[in-house]
Design a binder for this molecule. Structure first.
Ligand SMILES: [Zn+2]
Length: 603
């Protein structure tokens, strides 16, 4: 999770909390979102098709009482400001101005004085510098000195439209050109260096990191330039150079092309290896292509993808390195719950080459013929075994069986067993038995045909506790009667996750002041990422129980679970010499006992 969104702090300070609240209050979220998304009332909420991911049945909810939206499909969520920022790609100030105008509220003009600039946080400044640099590179490409670079791009088959759409540019031959330009704009060596655009050393002073390169601005999902990739013109090393990681550029949490792919309206992404692949695919009409940024594919990338789609087609290079990279990405995607398929590009090396030679239609055909990622990984595995000898074959199938145990759902596992049996001409039942035996050997299953327990379930246990904490927050928002009944037993400190605790604290304050207003709580968090998370805290799916008795029982169980875990955690972290802490803990344990006797009433 990113640091508390400092980039908007100066702006918020400038507008003032009161004005921000007034703007929010006078823009009812249902009215605002209705002008973008067709909403239908269902119970106490409104539902529609999510504008942030592709879906066929509505999981996007808007609540008038909470003044929040939340998508149960992709987790997008927030208040009316967040929606406008995400939908229109606006900064907070732009969104505030837009909504103020909509409600007929006047807001003062911002003047970016030197002082305001200084107050602006590092992040905002880095984004600003990156934007200026991107524009500068773009202008260079269109200038006389950029001619060679421009013809390099057009020779590679890129159209004017695509060059503009991706904001491609050129860093010219002088190695301090951009540096001088940014200095002229008033930026210090320190900040330019923090943006990763210059290298400073004692002998040569400051010089540009990128020169004589075709430049690819790297944007985040919200179209903000966070870094650059540069390909050298002519011969030079390294051929490709990327910005270093900075405050705004985390390579393992960004994908090249995501800003465009997320709006492509396809329900899968094409995952490829490089910038040129993404751009070539885009030009050929495949606007759902993304690439990891000069690093191996990570779990961060996978969870980013999962926000938008559940399926990925890997279009990695058809050489040994590309195959290896694909094999590494497969389990990561699987673990994130993403289905992966492999597109083969033989006899060509990469999508760029493939499309140049065979065209978009042929590529579309390859997409349709894409192979299942698991079966592909077995084909590669075969190479390590002597498939002509009985021993080699046995070893191979033992390995296959152990890989098949990774499918936890029986139906899914059987589907895979069937596919493998088919492909390698072995009996389904034989293979299924082998998988069962292997699972027992690996300690994954008990001999009885019970569904197996995952080995390390610590992770799911913690998740379960966090879920209870979330559910309790949702309950507290949805039923105002609860607070007075449980405040003596549960305090904000019982929420073990920092963000949850902070939200609980704000919610408790609102209750004490008699003004419960979840959307206002969101004003305390500035990062869109945090808005999503806060929105999810207030939208936990609570089991629909029919009777009041059942609901009260479930609620009580949740409260006890939250308290028990909090006490457990406190016990774990207690220092033996901490007498005060110990006394407090004893009191909490008594509290827990009282809680067992508590009767909770929801009506
Ligand atoms: Zn969604």
């Amino acid at each position: 999770m990113s640091a508390r969104g400092q980039n908007d702090l100066p702006v918020r300070g400038f507008l003032g909390e009161e004005l921000i609240e007034e703007i929010r209050n006078r823009n009812d979220i249902v009215d605002v979102i209705s002008s973008y998304v067709k909403l239908q009332k269902k119970g106490s909420s409104y539902f529609g098709l999510c504008p942030f991911h592709n879906e066929k049945s509505p999981s996007f909810s808007v609540s008038r009482s909470k003044q929040m939206y939340y998508c149960f499909g992709c987790g997008a969520g927030g208040n009316v400001f967040t929606f406008i920022m995400e939908y229109e790609n606006y900064t907070f100030l732009e969104a505030a101005r837009f909504l103020a105008e909509r409600a007929g509220i006047e807001i003062p003009e911002v003047e970016y004085s030197q002082e305001a600039k200084e107050r602006a946080s590092l992040k905002a400044t880095l984004l600003e510098i990156n934007k200026i640099a991107a524009k500068y590179f773009y202008a260079q490409l269109k200038s006389e000195q950029g001619k060679l670079a421009y013809s390099y791009l057009t020779n590679r088959g890129l159209s004017e439209d695509v060059i503009t759409a991706f904001g491609l540019g050129y860093s010219n031959k002088y190695s301090d050109d951009l540096y001088k330009y940014l200095k002229m704009k008033g930026y210090s060596d320190e900040i330019i260096s923090k943006a990763g655009l210059i290298t400073v050393n004692e002998k040569n002073g400051a010089y540009d990191k990128f020169w004589n390169r075709v430049m690819f601005p790297i944007m985040d999902a919200n179209n903000r330039v966070i870094g650059f990739g540069g390909r050298v013109m002519g011969k030079g090393e390294p051929k490709y150079l990327n910005s270093p990681e900075t405050e705004v550029f985390d390579k393992s949490r960004n994908l090249y092309g995501l800003n465009r792919a997320r709006t492509s309206r396809k329900n899968y992404f094409l995952l490829c290896e490089g910038y040129m692949d993404v751009i070539a695919l885009h030009q050929a009409g495949f606007t759902n292509a993304v690439a990891s940024l000069g690093t191996a594919f990570t779990t961060g990338h996978a969870s980013l993808i999962k926000r938008y789609v559940n399926e990925v087609y890997l279009t990695f290079d058809s050489d040994e390195a590309g195959t290896k990279a694909a094999l590494r990405a497969l389990p990561i995607l699987r673990a994130a719950g993403i289905t992966a398929k492999i597109i083969r590009m033989e006899p060509y090396k990469d999508p760029d080459e493939f499309i140049k030679n065979l065209g978009a239609e042929a590529f579309e055909e390859r997409i349709n013929k894409a192979r299942n990622g698991f079966l592909f990984s077995l084909e590669i595995l075969e190479r390590d075994y002597d498939m002509n000898s009985p021993e080699g074959k046995t070893d191979f199938f033992n390995e296959v069986a152990s890989r098949l145990t990774q499918f936890e759902e029986e139906i899914e596992r059987n589907n895979y067993i069937e596919a493998v049996a088919d492909k390698y001409h072995v009996g389904f039942e034989n293979l299924r038995k082998l998988v069962g035996k292997t699972a027992i050997k690996m300690g994954l299953a008990t001999p009885a045909t019970k569904p197996k327990q995952p080995v390390g379930n610590q992770g799911t246990k913690v998740d379960g506790h966090l879920h209870s904490q979330k559910a309790l927050l949702t309950w507290l928002i949805e039923n105002e009667r609860l607070f007075s009944q449980i405040k003596a037993y549960i305090s904000p400190n019982d929420f073990t996750q920092e963000l949850y605790r902070e939200v609980a604290k704000l919610l408790y304050e609102q209750y004490e002041q008699g003004d419960v207003n979840p959307a206002k709580i969101m004003n305390h968090f500035m990062d869109e990422e945090e808005h999503r998370e806060v929105a999810s805290l207030f939208h936990t799916k609570i089991q629909q129980l029919s009777t009041r008795d059942e609901q009260e029982k479930a609620l009580k169980e949740t409260i006890i679970r939250v308290k028990t875990y909090s006490v457990e955690e406190a016990t774990r972290s207690l220092e033996p010499t901490d007498i005060v802490g110990l006394q407090k803990l004893m009191a909490e344990k008594r509290n827990l006992q009282d809680l067992q006797k508590l009767h909770i009433s929801i009506e």
